[in-house]
Design a protein around this ligand. Structure first.
Ligand SMILES: Cc1cc2nc3c(=O)[nH]c(=O)nc-3n(C[C@H](O)[C@H](O)[C@H](O)COP(=O)(O)O)c2cc1C
Length: 162
């Protein structure tokens, strides 16, 4: 039985997905820090982590400590088969995987992270490739794609398995 949702969030999109799952599944959700004191090792969990430079933050730590039954990665890039394949390879994902569209919240980004996001946006805009237009608009202007229906596939998987 899955005992909890464990997450790592930087600006809140992943936390919002974790809270939605908590409501739907009626199990607690803990940040990866809180989980240290609230969960025993090897416990069955669902893991959600934000994507930073292709890395699913906290996933390798969570995998070492808990029995991660499935993983959700929250990023700002639009969902595509190629992007998901790349994320799974880069993070050596072996468990069932779900991509959840997050966003960019400039009001919560600070320092170097804010500069990186702005730099990527400007760089992609300069390249002026039509296929990147959606991405640079998100990185330049900010966006919020979090919605409950994005969890449908993950939720179905968990309910079928649990
Ligand atoms: C420094 C930095 C690097 C990022 N790299 C990626 C990336 O490689 N792929 C992606 O889809 N999103 C990337 N993002 C966007 C975040 O994954 C996105 O804002 C996500 O919703 C953050 O989740 P959170 O609000 O829970 O922290 C990056 C954001 C920052 C600040």
């Amino acid at each position: 039985m899955i005992k909890a949702i464990v997450y790592k969030s930087n600006t809140g999109h992943t936390l919002r997905y974790a809270k939605m799952l908590k409501e739907k599944l009626n199990i607690p959700c803990y940040s990866i820090k809180e989980a240290k004191t609230c969960l025993s090792s090897k416990e069955e969990i669902v893991y959600l982590g934000w994507v930073c430079a292709n890395k699913i933050c906290g996933l390798s730590k969570a995998t070492k400590k808990y029995n991660v039954k499935c993983c959700g990665a929250v990023g700002a890039y639009p969902e595509s088969e190629e992007y998901i394949k790349g994320l799974k390879n880069f993070n050596k994902v072996t468990m069932p995987f779900f991509y959840l569209h997050g966003g960019i919240d400039f009001s919560k980004l600070k320092g170097i992270q804010k500069s990186i996001v702005k730099m990527v946006g400007k760089m992609l805009e300069k390249e002026n490739k039509p296929e990147n237009e959606e991405i640079y608009k998100i990185f330049n202007d900010g966006a919020d794609f979090v919605e409950e229906k994005n969890l449908d596939n993950m939720l179905k998987y968990i309910l079928d398995k649990n």
